[in-house]
Design a protein around this ligand. Structure first.
Ligand code: NAD
Length: 497
């Protein structure tokens, strides 16, 4: 009999009324370790009502009070990050060092949100007309919804929660049903840090819970991270219901290697960014654009490095863990068959490799496919697994044309020692986040994260300045302290005469 994880409402565990559940696996063992409750629309209603009831206390809490909760949360998370990392490895499969890396990037956003006093400062214009002043202030939005994907069960919630909460909102978080425990753990930690009961709610569930949130009249905004088709659906549905929406979608990230690049550094970067977290990162490099002159040498260096990677249980010091589910592993492995029939060359086939883990785990070793045709599914699809493609190009222009023809625009990188080429690249590519000799250019917390085109729907990136703007609404106040000289009737439009 396995444990069934419920929801977190009003500062306590809560089961809700729905009887539906989903299995949660340890992907390194291929075994069900617990079940998670899947909320019904009625459960979502009750959870949102509890959150809305709790909100005014937090909305009216002083900035000093909110800051103190964020600081306390930061200290607790730092002290207990190993515990969270173990939860991530047990449910997602990523190796422990990678899980700690994810938490470190989430902590950056907590650091940023600790400066909320600075971030929420308004503006002031004195004497815009005689004795008239105008000033602006930023207020919280209300109850905000956050819907997160399986691949960063801690970091993606932490892209949103710290800023949303610091700004005085109440949050309903709907994590991925594939690895839900991290969200409940984070909610408990916020409670320990002094967040008032009910201000942070976690509702576990699937499409039914998401759909209920998207149209709920008391949910004022939706922050979504996940695949492109769902992001587009979320954007259309929640915007149609009159909400603010930021919906971050999928990706297909290219790394261009010019002939003058340091090929050893480029090969290291390609392997790190292609196979870290088993390729289940929205900023993973999935396509190397290798200029013909150096392509053979680069493929050789990448292949050599791949042979040193250890795939296995994330608790055993391996480099790469399993994929999230058996179905996903089979789907990703299917691309290796497809590649061969599309005329590509499978240089390294990760099926059937020796793993340091249990036989039933959802394993697929690092795989490399060369000469991938641009019209093949391997090139077009977001594979989201440890499969790196090489596309050979004649030079810079062809590479940029390929990148710009992609429907996605999340991340990209150029490897070169030519500053002029790098500068031209950053100017010409239609992509939201660019690395120059940096393979996974996830911006630090005081900038913002977001792609272009089908990688982001809506106009607000995540965290950083965009995060503050998304989770607050501005008021502009025009004021005059009356004295008798201001009397008299005047039906004209107010102007600075
Ligand atoms: P997903 O789209 O399947 O699920 C994301 C969330 O949406 C989950 O909470 C899930 O329960 C919910 N959901 C799934 N199907 C739904 C439906 N039909 N209706 C309503 N809600 C639904 O994504 P995933 O597989 O969990 O995550 C991987 C994807 O996320 C990849 O495409 C990856 O690129 C993307 N991702 C993007 C970013 C980014 O910042 N752009 C970051 C991380 C992950």
């Amino acid at each position: 009999m396995t444990h069934t994880l419920g929801h977190w409402v009003s500062g306590s565990d809560w089961d809700g009324a729905s009887e539906r559940t989903a299995p949660v696996y340890n992907p390194a063992r291929g075994a069900v370790t617990k079940h998670v409750r899947l909320a019904s629309a009625a459960d979502v209603d009750a959870a949102v009502a509890a959150t809305a009831a709790a909100w005014p206390v937090w909305r009216d809490a002083s900035i000093a009070k909110r800051t103190s909760v964020l600081f306390a949360f930061r200290e607790l998370l730092n002290a207990r990050k190993q515990e969270l990392a173990e939860i991530l490895t047990a449910e997602h499969g990523k190796v422990l060092s990678d899980a700690l890396g994810e938490i470190a990037r989430g902590l950056e956003v907590v650091d940023f949100a600790c400066g909320v006093g600075q971030l929420l400062k308004g503006t002031y214009s004195e004497n815009v007309s005689t004795d008239v002043d105008v000033y602006t202030l930023r207020q919280p939005v209300g109850v905000v919804g956050v819907i997160s994907p399986f691949n960063f069960p801690a970091m993606v919630p932490l892209w949103f929660l710290p800023i949303a909460l610091a700004a005085g909102n109440a949050v309903v978080l709907k994590p991925s049903e594939k690895d839900p425990s991290a969200s409940i753990w984070l909610a408990r930690l916020f409670a320990e840090a002094g967040l008032p009961e009910g201000v942070l709610t976690v509702v576990n569930g699937d499409k039914e819970a998401v759909d209920a949130l998207l149209v709920h009249p008391d949910v004022r905004s939706i922050s979504f991270v996940g695949s492109t088709p769902i992001a587009q659906y979320i954007y259309a549905t929640a915007a149609g219901a009159g909400k603010r929406v930021q919906a971050l979608g999928g990706a297909k990230n290219h790394m261009l290697v010019l002939p003058d690049a340091d090929l050893d550094l480029a090969a290291d970067a390609a392997v790190n960014a292609g196979f870290g977290s088993a390729g289940e990162r929205c900023m993973a490099v999935s396509v190397i654009l290798a200029v013909d002159a150096v392509a053979d040498a680069l493929v050789a260096k990448i292949t050599e490095r791949m042979s040193t990677l250890r795939t296995g249980d994330g608790t055993r010091g391996c480099d790469m863990g399993p994929l999230i589910t058996r179905e996903h592993r089979d789907k990703v492995a299917g691309y290796l068959d497809q590649a061969a029939s599309d005329g590509a060359t499978v240089v390294v086939d990760g099926r059937g490799i020796d793993v340091d883990g249990e036989a039933d785990g959802f394993w697929l070793g690092p795989s490399l496919i060369d000469r991938v045709p641009l019209d093949s599914a391997v090139y077009r699809d977001e594979i989201f697994g440890p499969v790196l493609s090489i596309v050979r190009v004649s030079g810079y222009e062809e590479a940029v044309d390929i990148i710009n023809a992609s429907p996605y625009g999340n991340g990209t990188a150029i490897f070169t020692n030519d500053g002029g080429a790098a500068r031209r690249f950053q100017r010409e590519v239609q992509v939201g986040m660019i690395g120059v000799n940096v393979p996974i250019p996830v911006p630090v917390a005081y900038h913002s994260f977001g792609g272009w085109k089908a990688s982001l729907f809506g106009d607000a990136k995540a965290y950083g300045p965009y995060g503050v703007s998304f989770f607050t609404q501005e008021k502009a106040i025009t004021s005059r302290w009356l004295d008798p000289s201001h009397g008299g009737l005047n039906l004209g439009f107010p102007q600075n005469a």
